[in-house]
Design a protein around this ligand. Structure first.
Ligand code: SF4
Length: 63
């Protein structure tokens, strides 16, 4: 079990400031649509982001 895991066997405290629907992320609280991390990093894979699709959660970790 990854020590950074916050659900699927680990404790997950939903951070009500971080709504998220990416439930194949290891940090996602499966029963609620929230992230279990205390903070996340958001970034972009584009040089000139212009749309929501250009942004990424860089704290994502495949569970
Ligand atoms: S780390 Fe990012 S993708 Fe993963 S649950 Fe949290 S907000 Fe969602």
């Amino acid at each position: 079990m990854n020590k950074d895991c916050t659900n699927s066997g680990c404790e997950c405290t939903p951070n009500q400031s971080i709504k998220c629907t990416v439930n194949n992320c290891a940090h996602h609280c499966q029963d609620t649509q929230y992230c279990g991390l205390t903070e996340i990093q958001v970034g972009t894979h584009e040089t000139n982001p212009t749309m929501v699709e250009c942004t990424d959660c860089q704290s994502f970790k495949l569970k």
